[in-house]
Structure formats: C-alpha cells, structure tokens
Design a protein around this ligand. Sequence first.
Ligand code: ATP
Ligand code: MG
Length: 398
Amino acid sequence: MNELFAKGRTILRQLAAHGYKGYFVGGCVRDYHMGRVINDVDITTDALPEDIERIFIHTIDIGKVHGTIIVLVEDIPFEVTTFRTESDYSDFRRPDVVTFTRDLDSDLERRDFTMNAMAMDGDFDIIDPYDGMMAINRKVITTVGESTERFGEDALRILRAARFSSQLEFKVDDDTKRAMLKHAENLKYVAVERSVAELVKLYRGANPSAAKVLMAETHLIKYLPFLDQVDEAAFLKSNVHSLECELALQIYQTPKLKETLHELKLSNAVKTEILSIVNLLKMVDSSSIRHLAYDFDDRVLNITKDTIVKNSFLQIGNRMTRLESAIAMKPKLPISDPSEINLDGRTLMRLFEAQGGRWIRTILSAVEREILAGQLDNDRDKIIEWVKAHVEFEAGNI
Ligand code: ATP
Ligand code: MG
C-alpha cells in the first residue's frame, strides 16, 4: 500500500476511535483511481478543529477558521479539514462564510469538479455521490452542480479546469466549457499568485498545448495578466513545457512584453531566468561559443536548447549545434565566473599604490577576457605580470 495512505489510515482509525468519521478526499482519491503518483493525501472529517487538536499530539493550526489543521504522522503532514459548506462568494474567489457540517455529502458538493468530489474510507471503499468515477472513466472534467453557478462563485475554478485538462489529458464537457467562457472575465478578480500557481501546473502537465487551445477558445487569456497582451497566434504556436519558457518565447517575439512581466509577480530568480533565456535566444547566432558557455548557466543553456528543438520557427541556422557546443565547452572553461580570477582589487590597489575605483573593474574585466580566451593562465603571479605589462597607471586614469 502507498505509504501516504498507510500513514493517513492511522489518522482515520484514531478519528473513528473517538467517534468521528474520517475519509480520504479530493485529488488523492482521483489520482489513486487513475493510478497516478500520489503526492499528498487530504482528509475530511466531522470532527471540529478543536477536536482534531485534542485527539492528535502533533498538530499545526494553518487555518482553523476554515476548518483545516495539519496532523503530523512521523513528520509527514496531512491536512485534516472539517466537513464544510460554503456560501455567498461576493468577491468571486473566497466564500464569505464557511459553515461546518456533519454531512459528508454537503462537503463533497462544495468541491469544484466531480472527479475531485469523491471520498474514500480506510478500507478504500469509495463514496461517490456525484459520479466522479464515471467522469474519470470517460475522461471528462465537469463541475459538481450547475457550471455557471459554480464558476460564478469562484473564478479560480475556471483556470483549474484548464490546468486539469493538461495534467490529466481530460476534455472539459460542453456545459462546463460554455460556463468557462461566460465567466472568463471574472478571472481578473483572482489574485495573480493563485493564477500563476495554476499556470505553472498547467505547463508542467502532460498536454499544455491542448490546455492552451482551451484557454484561447474560452477567452481565458484575455483576462490573465501578461497573457492578455500576447498575440494569440504566437501563444498557440509555441510548444513549451514550462511557464518560464512560454513567457521567454513571447518576450523574444514581442520585446515590448518585457515591460508587462512584472504583472505576474514572479520571484526575482524566475524573472532573471526568463530574461536570460530571452538574451540567449538573441545572442545564440552572434556570440562566440566560448562566451555563450561563460555567460549563461547550464540550466538556461539546456532549457533554451530544448525550446529550440521543440519549436521549428526558432531553428534558424545552426542554433541547436551552437548551444550543444556551448554546453559541452562549459566544464572546460578556465574560469566559470569572475570570482574565480586569482587576483583581487586589494592586490591591484597595492600594486599601483592607488585608491579603489572604477579602474579596478576595468582591469579585472580585461584579465577576465584574457583568461577566458586562453591567452593568460589563471595564476596570481602571471596575472600580475600581465597587468604590469599591459596597464599604464597615470594619476587615476588607465
Ligand atoms: P493537486 O493537489 O494534484 O494539484 P487537487 O485536486 O488535490 O490537485 P488541491 O488544490 O490540492 O487540488 O485541492 C484539494 C481538493 O479541494 C480538490 O480536489 C477539490 O476537491 C477541492 N478544491 C480545491 N480548490 C477548490 C476550489 N477552488 N473550489 C472548489 N473545490 C476546490
Ligand atoms: Mg492536492
């Protein structure tokens, strides 16, 4: 038995020993029946958060008002949530009131799609009042209840439908698809971080290209930051498996989109990676292989190479072979970044008996170029000798 289910079962047993119901619920039940990898197991129960904290020794309160407590079993966290119903979604995202209930069916009824609205007890018997198994067998994504109403309550569900269509390679049923189109506009009320988290999963899924067609058909891209500025034909044409690559490709094709990138509130590390890919695409034809190898890290070289391979419109000339050569050259470079140069500013200041200043950077860059070109060994004495021979220092100018 899967280790997560085995450990989760101890929680279900303890709940039962205290007179409460407890079930596995949501994505883990869906994935179990599809034979997919299970990454996390959620539990739903009629025990109130206070009861959960009383019954289990190791708990973390991560959202008691919404009914969720983490229970740790041998350091593995399980989200244990009290059965609840939700009502009145005035901001198109979070319910105004969360009401706890004793009834499993109403807890399942508030969930987004029928495939996500199944529960399973400790004996792996399934509770499936909304025909989630049938949806899984038919590979369809369909909302629990009336689609227009459900997307009207929470617009994030619209994007979740697109994300699941990529991850599971399921089709969205016609009614659900019509409702996606009808409420697409409400995506603008969804916090950008939430939308981006769904997009990241969508692109990592099995079939992002199919999900992109769905996003265009249902007009989702018109109401998402950055993507609302992208040319639809360019969006549909690219073949990528990460959000970063999509953004890089769009910026490469339409440079002014760079000004819109901040709207996605990505971390600096991710933004840097995207812009590095854009720069590499711009430089791959003109820069020397040695400089491509030195200026870009392995990850960016590899991602860009894969992107070029998958997108025929990018394969100008011998870009792929140039990138392969750069990747092969990388471990052979005499230095991999400026900090590895065996000379520092203080040594230079002593050598020329001068104050620090911009001149130090100028000399170090010249040294860096020589070492990289293989014309100077990265040896302290040899570098000093070279500097003495090549640099004339006069009253602060070189
Ligand atoms: P995964 O964890 O693989 O991304 P999941 O289905 O487990 O997929 P989660 O975001 O972890 O998705 O949510 C767990 C469960 O909570 C879902 O299966 C669904 O039953 C319910 N759920 C999550 N988000 C919503 C929502 N916006 N509206 C209604 N129900 C939701
Ligand atoms: Mg989950």
